[in-house]
Structure formats: C-alpha cells, structure tokens
Ligand binder design. Sequence first.
Ligand code: GMT
Length: 376
Amino acid sequence: MKIGIVCYPTFGGSGVVATELGLELSKRGHEIHFITYNQPVRLDLLSHNVHYHEVTVPEYPLFHYQPYELALSSKLVDMVKLHKIEILHVHYAIPHAYAAYMAKKMLQEEGIYVPIVTTLHGTDITLVGSHPFYKPAVTFSINKSDAVTAVSQSLKDDTLRLFDIKKDIHVVPNFIDLEKYKTHGMPDCQRGMMAKENEKIITHISNLRPVKRVQDVISVFYNIQKELPARLMFIGEGPEKEKIEQQCRDLGIANKVVFFGKSNEIDKILCFSDLFLLPSQTESFGLAALEAMASGVPVISSNSGGIPEVNIHGVSGFLSNVGDVVDMTKNALEVLRDDNLLKTFKDNARKEALKFDLHNIVPKYEAIYMDTLSKC
Ligand code: GMT
C-alpha cells in the first residue's frame, strides 16, 4: 500500500509511534510518505520506500496565526496526487484529522478518493480536544474519518464520554520494537559512569509539561534518597524544567539529579536504570513507561487513564492515586530495598512489554487499512 502518515515530528509520544509505525510498515513492503512540518525526530533513515514531505507555512504579516491546517491540507492534496497515495493515516486529531478531511473533499472534486484513518493519542481528546474552543471541530473530524483508533481502552472510553461519536473506535495499543532495547545488561551499558556501585538509578522521561506532575517525581526521589543511596536521571525538555531545577536546589539534592535534555538514545539511559517514575495527572497510554519496561525497568506510576493497561500493579511495578507521593515512595522503596524483588520486577517488566511487541500490533493497523480500502 502507499500510505501517507501525518504526525507531529517532535519527541511527543504520538510522533514517535507514528514514525516507528511508518518505518515498520516500510519494512513490510509498504511505501510510506511522512507529511509534516519537520523531519520526524526518530526518522533518521530515508529510503526508497520512506519519504518525507515538508509542509511549509510562509509567514505573512496579516496573519496573527499562520494557517497550518490550510498548508497541510494543500500539501496532502498535492502529495496524494503526485505519489498516488492510497490511504492517509493521521496521528493526533488536532488539527490533522480536520486538515485530512478537507484534503479528502478537495480530492473528491477531482474524482480521487482517499480514505482517512485517525489515531487518537491522548491530549487531543482529554486536555485539548474536549475544550469548548475545539470540541465541535474535533467531533466533526473524528466522525468524518473512515476509521478511528485509540491507543488504549481508557482513551476510547474517554472519547465516547466526552464527544458525541458515531464511529466505531478500534483500540490499537502503542507498541515497541523490542530489538532496540536489547542493550539491557550488555557491556556497552555505561552504568559506572552515572552512579556509584551502591547507588540505585531512578529515571523519568517526559516533555516536562504540567500534566506529567514532575514535581512529584522530585518529591518521590527526595524521599527515596533519604533512605538509600540513589541518583535521578531526567530526560526531556519542557515548561516545568526551571521549576524542578529550583525544587532540586531548594531540597539540597541538585548534585544527585542529572538533566539530559531531549534524547534519541533513551535505551542507553534506561539500560542502567533501576526504576522508572511516571506520576502523571492523566496519560492515555504512557509510551515512556512501556519503553522503560522493555528495558527491564519496573515502573512506579499513577493509576490514571491507560497506564493500568501497561504497568501491571504488583507485577511490572506499582500504581498509586495521582499525587499520592507517600504511597509511591513506599512502593519504590519496597522494590529498591530487596535485590531479589528488584530482579523479579525487572524480569516481569520485560515480560509484560512483550505483549506490545510491534510484530503483534502493526498487523492490526494493516488490517484496518485493508478493511477501510475495501469499503471504498
Ligand atoms: O501530551 C503528551 O504527553 C504527548 C502526547 C503526544 O503528543 O504524543 O502523548 C500522548 O500520546 C502518547 C502516544 O500515544 C501516549 O503514550 C501518552 O500517554 C499521551 N499523553 C497523554 O495522554 C498525556
């Protein structure tokens, strides 16, 4: 199939999933066209069947807001015609599903029919999409998609609760390429450079937005390091960074916390991590938790949204109510204090991650494409 993939090209989970999906589909013989405003961060290798088409939005002083949707739908029309793209898969409803629908209508005027698959990722539904400013347009573009998927049962339930949806929503969970996370326990894992032999390594990866509750990460770590030697690795950039740097200084733990910034090599950091913290306010899935589990890192998380579908309480880690840093600390210490238990949780985390192996999940998208095309 010739598939157009629209996504955010940034470090956000939806862009990562879209990129990994496109790359795997290309390995399975499909021709993939990424259409977005920058080359996706995890797309380092373009090949004969992986293409990237940049959406350019020229600046014009009249516009207070540059019209990205318009530029995107025009680019979609051009690329579908030029490359004979058969199906468009848009990741994150806002504004991608809306722009794709406009492209589809423009193409129909020329007798070209291209169906749209929309994948809902989380904040496009929970935090942003359900805002009254966007809700009518988001509802419309979901209902006008030819197929709709959500990355967890929880997100499907949220979508049906928050919007008036007439379409069937398929749950297709996020996935992981387990091959990439084989560095766990390998000699090139640089643990010795990051911590002393007796120190436990705690890790958090996110876009450091308020929804991630990164202050809770610091609070839990602060409590842990009072009880046992530990270091905290922070990966990601975002609006809360300055606040948490200050929080570390105020608590006197700045020398125990390493900020890595954005990274494309999280497997190299996860390979020496003992515990992953994800205390999010809301999380449709928690791709970062799955990436940690794939590296054999147990997860201490909140129980919000789709996280319980990924991190299994008492097996791959523990879940607590949002904001309950006392319970999170208790759970973290329980795992970290007992090396045998830590090893059991590490093994379990890796086993649970196997359920999300891309070889099991990507065929589900292929089946949806085939089914959607057969209905055209
Ligand atoms: O808001 C974010 O954290 C980024 C957002 C995105 O743009 O990808 O993440 C959402 O999609 C990911 C991939 O499906 C999920 O793993 C995240 O749980 C989800 N984030 C939220 O629901 C907050």
